[in-house]
Design a protein. Structure first.
Length: 88
């Protein structure tokens, strides 16, 4: 990399850090003026997103994988059954 590339990469990282800090400041200001019931609703929604949603996605992937594996065995069994019928 040339020196200008390093500067532009550094400038990009500075911009990213500044954007993250600005977003955090806006979030803190929004939370500070939020009434208690709205804050409770946000906390419940955040807890749902952090805990329940990943669990549901993992279970979906697990059961989809089991379905694909069982389906592969069923297709293989049916293929063998058809081939044995054709030979007879």
């Amino acid at each position: 990399m040339t020196r200008t590339d390093n500067r532009s990469f550094g400038a990009t990282l500075d911009d990213l850090a500044r954007d993250i800090v600005d977003a955090c400041r806006r979030a803190v200001r929004a939370i500070a003026v939020m009434p208690w019931p709205a804050m409770l609703a946000c906390c419940i929604a955040l807890a749902f997103v952090i805990s329940v949603l990943p669990l549901a996605l993992c279970l979906f992937v697990l059961f989809m994988g089991i379905k694909v594996i069982i389906g592969a065995f069923v297709v293989d069994h049916r293929r063998k059954y058809r081939n044995s019928d054709r030979e007879q």
